[in-house]
Ligand binder design. Sequence first.
Ligand code: ATP
Ligand code: MG
Ligand code: MG
Length: 385
Amino acid sequence: GATLGMLGGGQLGQMFTLAARRMGYAVWVLDPDPDCPAAAVADRHLCAPYEDSASLQEMTATCAAISTEFENVPLRALERAARHVPVRPHAAAVAVAQDRLQEKAFFLGLEMDTAPFAAVRTAADLPVAVASVSFPAILKTARWGYDGKGQGRVASAADLAHVWAGMGKPEAILEERIALTQELSVVMVRAADGMMAFYPVVENRHHQGILDFSVVPARCAESLQDQARRSAARIADALDYVGVLAIEFFVDGAGRLLVSEMAPRPHNSGHFTIDACVHSQFDQQVRALCGLPLGETRLLSPVVMMNLLGDLWENDEPDWSTLLRHPQLKLHLYGKKVARPGRKMGHVNVLAPDIRQAMAVLDALRGDGRRPREAGMGFPDAEHS
Ligand code: ATP
Ligand code: MG
Ligand code: MG
């Protein structure tokens, strides 16, 4: 079969590689980290900076098509590769997701609701931002943030200048802090011919800015889910997007849907698809990349996905036999050599006849060693079984 190229060798690149190889493709991965998770499963690991000319040249000479798993990949690398082979998603779509200010402007251009925000590019913007956003608010760096990194809480107008200075005065966005009742995401795939397929809407629970767990199907009104899907479709069409795209949404206190941000790649909240759908989000990325027909996105079973963060490794490798005592649970580990607090080391998917039962397994797992989570957001926690 053909060889595919992947820019980025994190867990998303690893799961893409596994999916592609299962479908008969060879995969070359470009990533500067010699120990990146995808290196262990790829046919070839080019260990170099993303913009390395020789590596990109080699890759485009061999690979039939190239994708990325990392929205902060230098656009120049995508653009250079695109002169020789199809690159999906294309650089212009990735560019929008790299900059929160561009991204918000793009959403507003589509007349979608977002959290009220203001740009903070220079000190001159501070008074304008204070006047246009209510507090408490969150200041986020315009670029490079993920998993809640590069964000600061701003309790009141008086704190803004101080918080911004503490972050090193980067280009930033001040966002009103929304009283969230729920967070949702849409994971979808769009083919080169404009065909789209949508996985069921995902309900996400974050902890300290990092995705903690996802519930599918989402426990919210069908009308809200429809609205989320329609928004995602308009975003994908407007970008002429090809590949898997994830859109994150907030639901505010009044039940309004606000679009938060997008990820131009398979997404953590789409990991449930690996075990709860015939075709995973990574299978779909391969299909879209190669111009193959899209696969079915139907949910085969209610499912809860929970991230395994480095915190669990406190002293040593966790005792997986505790987890594996639950026969409904599917364990995925990325083979990362170093565990750090907040680092995504793996995830589990728990499939059960209904969400209540899946949540009960999660609850039991937390009781087995994970610290309890504070209640909030009106989230109906499963009862202990
Ligand atoms: P990732 O890309 O990993 O999803 P990120 O670093 O881009 O994370 P955000 O998605 O902006 O960060 O924020 C992370 C989480 O913090 C959100 O999912 C939400 O729980 C909370 N959060 C962010 N912005 C707001 C807001 N304006 N109001 C309320 N909560 C927010
Ligand atoms: Mg983000
Ligand atoms: Mg996010």
